[in-house]
Design a protein around this ligand. Structure first.
Ligand code: NAD
Length: 420
């Protein structure tokens, strides 16, 4: 039977595994298997040629026991409610594991931004907020950018929400440009957070980053910044890929040359002296650290037994399926889960919301120091929980350990609030 790759089913299966091990109360488990609220909208949008198109949009509040929903908005032609629900669930666990006062949410619109001009994108962004305005807010649901949405779109959305509210509400959305009170340090925060985890995990696994070889799948916001930051830790990035394929060089790749090649030909393989490889080959390289930083479902039952990396660091959301999880675990390849590794983005989003709420703004240095503190604490929490189970003669993965911490905090909040 082929593996079930429905992202929401995967999120539910991951929860079920943790629920069984931690003996989660049955009502809490039932509540946490489904989102609390799902809003589906038809959004009429005026197009440049005078026509009107109707777009389908969603917003999910997965769980708000620990605070307002928090999560990004995707504009994607293949957006679907199962992906949005899965991402909203993972946001709940991410905020809980980082111990920041938010629940989890996510949104999306089915649209092809590559076929839309700026006028149409602005109209769609404002229509999304008009459809949602009673469902979001700085104390209800705080949105953010995600795939194919950006700081400009966040600025339009904040403006539309503020117009309806009758006053400025900068804290309704994060990832804004700094000119309209976005936070310093937000841009590279996901990769930077991931690199703090890389540093801590390498120490634990006794991998010397000064001699380590790293392969990264994805050369976008997450993967591109991770490349530069890994080099600052002394590591050598020997392989990287994007949707056009990958490149390998045993002596290490040069970031600026790759950027130039991509600008000139649209492909990374334009750089002299590198070997062209496929995305599949990149995942199976004999390296110290493999960083999937592109798409979901990349390491599956089909290739997990061919992974040779000494450890996997999930910078993308959902790159490893539950079947692959089991195989990596049996093969004793440590896999640090997405909602630990890529939580830097939402942590700095939280800082942005705090700054908007207090109207008091921090330097980039303040942001980075506070981010490091939270990432290192979360890593330690996950390692300690795994050890507690090991001491009780139960061997669990890093993902399950992270789930146990995150789910326990949400369940306790629900219980204390009298939800069950
Ligand atoms: P992005 O759009 O900036 O970059 C995605 C990269 O993946 C691009 O280089 C693209 O060419 C590449 N790619 C697409 N298809 C590919 C394929 N088949 N094989 C290899 N590479 C392929 O997106 P991003 O913001 O870097 O996000 C990447 C992942 O990280 C996603 O899973 C996202 O949900 C997750 N993430 C990102 C952030 C953030 O702040 N950017 C935060 C948390 C999680």
């Amino acid at each position: 039977m082929s593996e079930n790759l429905n992202p929401f089913n995967i999120a539910q299966e991951q929860l079920d595994i943790a629920a069984e091990i931690m003996n989660l109360d049955e009502p809490a488990h039932a509540i946490l298997r489904e989102p609390m609220q799902t809003l589906s909208m038809n959004l009429p949008v005026k197009m440049r040629d005078g026509s009107t198109e109707v777009f389908e949009g969603f917003r999910v509040h997965y769980n708000t026991a620990r605070g307002p929903a928090k999560g990004g908005i995707r504009f994607h032609p293949k957006e679907d409610i199962n992906t949005v629900k899965a991402l909203a669930a993972w946001m709940t666990w991410k905020c809980s594991l980082a111990n920041i006062p938010f629940g989890g949410g996510k949104g999306g619109v089915i649209c092809d931004t590559k076929k839309m001009n700026e006028y149409e994108l602005e109209n769609l962004s404002r229509a999304y907020i008009r459809g949602l305005h009673g469902f979001v807010g700085p104390k209800v649901d705080v949105m953010a950018p995600d795939v194919y949405t950006n700081p400009q779109i966040m600025a339009w959305m904040m403006d539309e929400y503020s117009k309806i509210a009758g006053h400025d509400e900068f804290g309704v959305i994060t990832g804004k440009p700094v000119e309209v009170w976005g936070s310093e340090g937000r841009f590279d925060s996901t990769a930077l957070g991931g690199m703090y985890i890389l540093r801590e995990a390498a120490k634990l696994q006794k991998i010397d980053l000064k001699t380590a070889k790293i392969a990264i799948q994805g050369f976008g916001n997450a993967g591109g910044f991770a490349f530069e930051l890994a080099k600052k830790l002394g590591a050598k990035v020997v392989a990287i890929s994007d949707s056009s394929g990958g490149v390998y060089s045993d002596s290490g790749l040069d970031y600026n040359k790759l950027l130039d090649a991509k600008k000139q030909s649209g492909e990374l393989s334009g750089v002299k002296g590198v070997t062209k490889i496929s995305n599949e080959e990149l995942l199976e390289l004999d390296v110290d650290v493999l960083i999937p930083a592109a798409l979901e479902n990349q390491i599956t039952e089909g290739n997990a037994d061919r992974i040779k990396a000494k450890m996997v660091l999930e910078l993308a959301n959902g790159p490893v399926t539950p079947g692959a999880d089991r195989i990596l675990f049996e093969r004793k390849i440590p896999d640090y889960p997405d909602f630990l590794v890529n939580s830097g983005g939402v942590i700095v989003s939280y800082f942005e919301w705090v700054q908007n709420t207090q109207n008091w703004y921090w330097t980039e240095d303040d942001v980075y120091k506070k981010l490091e503190g939270i990432m290192v604490r979360s890593f330690k929490d996950v390692v300690d929980m795994k050890k507690r189970y090991a001491d009780a003669k139960k061997s669990i993965s890093y993902r399950t350990s992270a789930y146990i911490i995150a789910v326990d905090r949400v369940a306790k909040a629900m219980k204390l609030r009298g939800w069950y």
